[in-house]
Design a protein around this ligand. Structure first.
Ligand code: NAP
Ligand code: GLV
Length: 306
């Protein structure tokens, strides 16, 4: 029985080292080095080349190196019987919460604006307790962010697929309550998984339901956002700007209009980055569970797509 590490374009060394440390007896291959495909039962993957997994007749589990699994679920050639797992990690949630708070404070206090101005021109700012934040997605990360913002003193609104009851958060669920949720979101944070239902959800129709002058933060996936709609809505001043960490094409091409837009702030998909050392224990645990035919942890519902 062997483990395959697949992470094209990324250095797999940290993963292999952490796996060997956690499980010295594990036989590990790094894709695309020469290996016997029949031996592989467990894969740890990030953005695999499309279609490769159908060639592994004994593959049972694909573990995403991150919280998101769209890079796996979007491959139509992954056999139905293969289980998909994802990372759930406190550090990832803490990092995401700190990052979203930083983006919000930067926006509210004009910090990067001052850096770029190099002028002594103080402007007024809104108070935290008078600001409403809307979070789309109240899963592991969305709920963590919601609680952090609530504890700082923001008015926090959250939207999810199923009903939630989170102390101190105004929660809304389903398409039927989306409009009411959006009407409160002066700063909108997207933390949805990418699924056929959520692809292109950040579009003109949605932006028009936000309070005028809202700011949009996307730390989920680039495919959630209709880029042209964002540009139009900023031009019309329905939106005052956006902070984007994720893009349809990454790295964001140099010629992309977002780079030079004064109201769009770009970060290179670093909101919260998996630390292999921290998450390899949960992967090794699942490897053992798989070997003993026990239930796995952090399994993705294939039908829901997250
Ligand atoms: P999660 O635990 O699976 O939570 C997803 C949330 O979205 C749930 O609350 C779910 O509602 C809600 N949702 C899903 N589909 C919906 C729909 N159609 N309508 C309304 N709500 C819907 O995911 P997570 O761990 O919080 O991660 C969220 C995403 O963050 C990941 O998928 C990934 O793309 C992104 N991410 C980005 C970075 C970065 O560095 N930028 C880092 C890590 C993750 P229910 O609770 O009702 O099911
Ligand atoms: C990063 O984007 C992740 O899904 O963990």
């Amino acid at each position: 029985m062997s483990v395959l590490v697949v992470s094209p374009g990324r250095n797999p060394e940290a993963w292999v080292k952490a796996l060997k440390n956690e499980h010295p007896g594990m036989n590990i291959y790094v894709y695309p080095e020469d290996h016997d495909k029949e031996e592989v039962e467990y894969a740890i993957s990030w953005k695999h080349p499309r279609g490769i997994f159908k060639n592994y007749p004994n593959l049972k589990v694909i573990a995403s190196m991150g919280a998101g699994v769209d890079h796996i679920t979007s491959d139509p050639d992954i056999p139905e019987n293969i289980k998909i797992t994802r990372v759930v990690d406190e550090q990832l949630t803490e990092d995401m919460s700190a990052f979203v708070l930083a983006l919000i404070m930067d926006k509210m206090r004009n910090i990067s604006h001052y850096y770029s101005q190099k002028n002594w021109e103080p402007t007024s700012y809104r108070s935290i307790e008078n600001t409403k934040i809307g979070i789309m997605g109240l899963g592991v990360l969305g709920k963590g962010v919601a609680n952090t913002l609530k504890n700082v003193g923001f008015n926090v609104y959250g939207w999810s697929k199923s009903t939630k009851d989170i102390d101190g958060i105004h929660t809304f669920c389903g398409d039927e309550n989306l409009t009411e949720f959006l009407s409160n979101a002066e700063i909108l944070v997207c933390l949805l998984p990418l699924t056929p239902e959520t692809e292109n959800i950040l579009n003109k129709e949605l932006f028009e339901k936000l309070p005028k002058g809202a700011h949009v933060i996307n730390v989920a996936r680039g495919e959630h956002l209709v880029e042209q709609d964002l540009l139009e809505m900023i031009d019309s001043e329905q939106l005052c700007g956006a902070s984007l960490d994720v893009f349809r094409k990454e790295p964001l091409p140099q010629e992309h209009p977002f780079w030079n837009h004064s109201k769009i702030k770009i970060t290179p998909h670093i909101a919260s980055v998996t630390n292999p050392k921290k998450v390899v224990p949960q992967m090794a645990d699942n490897y053992e569970r798989m070997s003993q035919e026990q239930d796995l942890l952090n399994v993705v519902e294939r039908k829901k797509g997250y």
